[in-house]
Design a protein around this ligand. Sequence first.
Ligand SMILES: [Mg+2]
Length: 163
Amino acid sequence: MSLPLLFLDVDGPLIPFGATQPYPAYPPYDDMNPLLDRVNPAHGPRLAGLGCELVWATTWMDDANDCVSPRLGLADLPVVTWPRSTGDEPVGLHWKTPTLVRQAAARPFIWLDDEITNIDRDWVHANHPEPVLLHKVDPTRGLTDEDFAILQQWLAAHESPCK
Ligand SMILES: [Mg+2]
């Protein structure tokens, strides 16, 4: 099995929002964008340590490399570019989903996002023969230890003995 891709959303998984409780306090980072203070710097090494090829899959586009990667201690990552909507996407399917499947080509992948539904899971399983994990992150909490445990379990279950 080739190295899995890990498509990574920013708002929700890395920048939690919508919580009724205060967010954890990390060292202030960027006076210009206080949202970045919500990014846990420790997530960078943990994501890098998963053994996947990390790819930004976010409306932050190249700003993810300019603003979020340094906060996480990550080098610049590849960035998914989003095509214009054609208006004929399946009803209920997330607008990112077809592009991610196309980008993954014949590779296994994980997608971390706070907007994934079973419509996306069903469509991906029907349109992508390689192993996939569409993992929905609670946007009020962002990535948690439980999320990382699920990713590691999936990766361990799909690890090739030839790797
Ligand atoms: Mg999001």
